[in-house]
Every structure is written in structure tokens, then in C-alpha cells.
Design a protein around this ligand. Structure first.
Ligand code: ATP
Length: 269
């Protein structure tokens, strides 16, 4: 019950190609996770190339951290367990030890597996604040102990992937356990264009749709903001059709193609 999702590798349904931009992030995850999980024999010798036990994705909301985690599991052929830091600490007071043991033993049965901890700051935030709840403290300590306790054999096949918008709230002890920290940034205009092309790939657009102009008009938008904008814009032709039907002017039941103005109007709304 404390896990928000468990998905087998071949049922996740998201791949790296579904994620626009973030090329450097995908490349880093390929080296750090996909290769060691797919070709463990290449990492079994010597001391330098050790698969890492923990990775942190940090950056502003809506930039695709959760999406990356899911796609990473698909690409690595790993099962996917998702838990949310705030749910763990708010709903499961008292049973910290049992809970973490159950989680880690469940994970070893599912290995290779990625345990995605969203809002990792609420589970493993800085220690010792005056108002820190005893249950939160216990949960964090149990979680870190279970994590440290992963046997070497398991640690190659169980990865903790944390995500946060508040990296500065993390405890030093946690930061040390997440040796690889990857910044997932807001997209620039070129990358917004790539993301928009993915969202609009199957939509009916007017010919010569000015993707680059739309990308320039959406400065500061995250991938999630761009998706919401596209949804709002795609609704406009539907609304027009419904209105003309209502007014008895339903010459055509076909939706018109989307144009740039739909996006500009949706944006101003
Ligand atoms: P939060 O920090 O708020 O949890 P997040 O960084 O985990 O956000 P996601 O939940 O992965 O962000 O993104 C929300 C939605 O935005 C995704 O389901 C996806 O539809 C879209 N999205 C965000 N970034 C991208 C991207 N680079 N390519 C394609 N879709 C994206």
C-alpha cells in the first residue's frame, strides 16, 4: 500500500524517444544505469567502473523527472517501483522498520529494479529541525540503513533514483548516498521546439506551422506547461465546432487544423 506504483519493465510504456530534449541527461543515464543493468559483466572487474547505488534528479517542477525515471526503467529493462516521500512519512507513522524492510525485500525479488523516490526531500530531508517528527526521523534512518545494507550482488540490480525540486533541503548523509546528481533544467527555445514537436506529432496543424515561433513565445515554460498549453490550444477548434452546431451553422463536422493563434490565445488565457 505504501508504494504508489509497481510496473513491470515491459509495461511502462514510456521510452527515451517520448522525451523531448534533455539529451545530456539521457546520455548520462545511459552510462550510469542502462549499460550496467544491461551488461553487468562489463562492470564486474576492477574498482573504477562500479554501478552506482543512487542517483538524484533535481530541477524545477514539470521538467520531466518522473517521465525520465519511467523511461529509464524501460530502457534498462528494469522493473519500476514508485514511492512518494510525503506519502511515506505522512501515512505510515510508526512502522518504519517493517515498512522499509518490506520495501527492500520486495525490491530484491523484483530486481533488476529502479526504486523511484519522488519528493525525496520529504522522506530524507535535513535532520534535526526542532519540529521534526519522530516518525519522519525513524523512517529516514531505517531507509538509509536498508539502503546501505543492500548486498553487493543486489546493489548492481537495485537502483534508488530520487527526484526533488528542493535539493538544498537534503541531508548531507543522503547527498553522499546519491553520488550522481543530475540537473534537469527548463528547456531553452530549441529544446521547447523539440518537446512541442513530440506533443503535436499526431495533431492536425495548419501547413507550415511555425514551431520555432511558438517555441520563442513560450520562454520559461516547462515540458509540463507546454503540454497544458497544447491541450488548451487543441480544445479551441472543438469549442468552435460545438458553438457553430449550437447556432445551427454546422456546415462541416470536421475540425479545422490548429494554427499559431490558437496557442497565442490559449497562452493569454
Ligand atoms: P514534478 O517535479 O512537479 O514532480 P517532474 O519534473 O517529475 O515534475 P513530470 O511529472 O515528469 O515532471 O512531467 C509532467 C508531464 O510533463 C509529463 O507527464 C509529460 O507529459 C510532460 N513533460 C515534461 N517534460 C517533458 C519532456 N522533456 N518531453 C516530453 N514531455 C515532457
Amino acid at each position: 500500500n505504501f508504494v504508489s506504483a509497481v510496473v513491470p519493465a515491459d509495461e511502462i510504456g514510456v521510452r527515451f524517444d517520448d522525451i523531448g530534449a534533455l539529451e545530456d541527461v539521457k546520455k548520462a543515464l545511459n552510462e550510469l544505469v542502462i549499460l550496467p543493468m544491461r551488461r553487468p559483466e562489463l562492470f564486474a572487474h576492477g574498482n573504477l567502473l562500479r554501478p552506482c547505488k543512487g542517483i538524484l534528479l533535481f530541477g524545477p517542477p514539470g521538467t520531466g523527472k518522473t517521465l525520465l525515471a519511467k523511461a529509464l526503467a524501460t530502457e534498462a529493462g528494469a522493473n519500476f517501483i514508485s514511492i512518494t516521500g510525503s506519502t511515506l512519512t505522512s501515512k505510515w507513522f510508526g512502522d518504519a522498520e517493517k515498512l522499509t524492510k518490506a520495501l527492500f525485500s520486495f525490491a530484491s525479488k523484483l530486481a533488476p529494479v529502479i526504486i523511484f523516490v519522488d519528493e525525496i526531500d520529504s522522506l530524507l530531508g535535513a535532520r534535526g529541525g526542532a519540529f521534526e517528527h519522530e516518525a519522519t526521523r525513524r523512517m529516514r534512518n531505517e531507509f538509509m540503513a536498508a539502503w546501505d545494507g543492500l548486498r553487493t550482488k543486489d546493489s548492481q540490480r537495485i537502483l534508488i533514483l530520487g527526484a526533488t525540486n528542493r535539493p538544498f533541503d537534503l541531508d548531507d548523509a543522503v547527498i553522499r548516498r546519491l553520488p550522481r546528481r543530475i540537473y534537469v533544467d527548463l528547456p531553452d527555445a530549441k529544446n521547447r521546439e523539440k518537446i512541442l514537436r513530440i506533443f503535436l506529432a499526431k495533431e492536425k496543424l495548419e501547413s507550415d506551422f511555425l514551431y520555432d515561433k511558438l517555441a520563442k513565445e513560450t520562454d520559461g515554460y516547462s515540458g509540463s506547461d507546454l503540454k497544458n498549453l497544447c491541450i488548451a490550444a487543441a480544445y479551441r477548434p472543438v469549442q468552435e465546432l460545438l458553438e457553430s452546431e449550437k447556432a445551427g451553422r454546422s456546415e462541416s463536422a470536421l475540425l479545422r487544423p490548429l494554427n499559431l493563434d490558437d496557442f497565442i490565445q490559449a497562452k493569454s488565457k
